[in-house]
Design a protein around this ligand. Sequence first.
Ligand SMILES: [Zn+2]
Length: 486
Amino acid sequence: MGLFSRFAPRLGLTPSLSRATVRRMRPIIVIYGSTGTGKSDLAVELATRYNGEIINADAMQMYKGLPIITNKLTAQEQRGIPHHLLGSIDLGEEPWVVTQFKREAARIISEIRSRGKLPILVGGTSYYLDGLLFEGRVVDDQPAPEGGALNRDELAAKYPILTESPEAMLAKLREVDPVMADKWHPNDARKIRTSLEIYFGTGRRASDIYAEQRSKKESKWASQKHTHSHGLGEVLLFWLYARREALNERLDKRVDRMMQNGLLGETAEVYDYLQQRLAAGETVDRSKGIWQSIGFRQFEPYLAAAKNGVAGPELDKLRQAGTEDTKTATRQYAKYQVRWMTMKTISSLQEEKLLDRLYLLDSTAIERWNTEVLEKGVELTRKFLANEPLPPPAEVSETAREVLAETIERSNRQETPCRKTCDVCQKTLLTEGLWQAHITSRKHQKAVRGARKRQLIPAHAVPSRDLIAVTPDMPREEVTTAIDSP
Ligand SMILES: [Zn+2]
């Protein structure tokens, strides 16, 4: 987007990274942050200074073309730095599942290192980054990690109990894996079924697998003390953060700029492509992939009307509505990304003892981007690569001190046991975190919309309406499983 690089000064010395350091230290930089905070720009700045190559971890930017919808850096903005997994899959393809991303990213990371260069991972899609960083996440989230020859449907065909009532499944689970049976709420069919699937799919108890993962992790940490060494190597993490009001304003302006730059043309391309596939009689799962990208969904009514010959003020009105909806969805997405950091990433980092490697850089004011983001990011990276002591993350800025403390506190609070029931979904949640995850899930939102349509509930009775967020880059299934897994 280049919004940030315009401010980039040429910082003096650029110590380049030696092959020996790469071999010995296996360094890796990971950049988290919501949309519009300048992640891609920081990545390029670091790569030019420290001999880096960039790996994209944004599910939408993995799609070919559509530079405006997906906010890709232009070739010029990439400044000759190799960008991997950027624009690499076709429009019709499904977004990668986390295992696929993990495998490819790991392969690319070792390739980059074999060239004596520094891998820099740039987020967007937090569950890709988390999946890569935190071992065990994938096993936690998906059934049948090893004996995984059978998929969900095949398992269900072979073990009909998997399609029975929650009570029946729980009874079976109590028989084969009582530890897991005790963990789940009796109504939570999905988790009960997942535990059973793991048992049937691998021939092992899920509780044993988790216990083994925990003890592996613990022994790893016991033997490596505080080196911050990690399966991936020596990790330095950045979290680009902007205060909400400032970010919202920036995001609104970005949508206006996207409109000027041809957003409508791109959405029309996607729309035509969709119509072609539908006309060819294909079934298109519109709940994921490019069909869920912000900008496309919101302009669909406009595009459909335009195709049907609607014109004049009526069409203008639809375009206006599309613009507003795109702005709203973008803001909600940014909020959702921060929530993910709070609800998921922080606690995983805590568990991996990597929290003191998470540096929040304050991207609130674009005019201070140089001093707050660029210079601090460059200096921290320099120290990291030189193996010099790094400052405590709270000392990087006032914002870092305040926001990190607040976020860590909220992250810890989410484990607080509670018992809240969602009257709309008839679901009981056992921790604050799970409750928050539930009321922001698509399932819940859908139920709320349904109930509203049937006029069963007045708008003000919906639990924490303001927390409801869209999750455009996330396969629907992952929203519920990823957020409330064990
Ligand atoms: Zn609900």
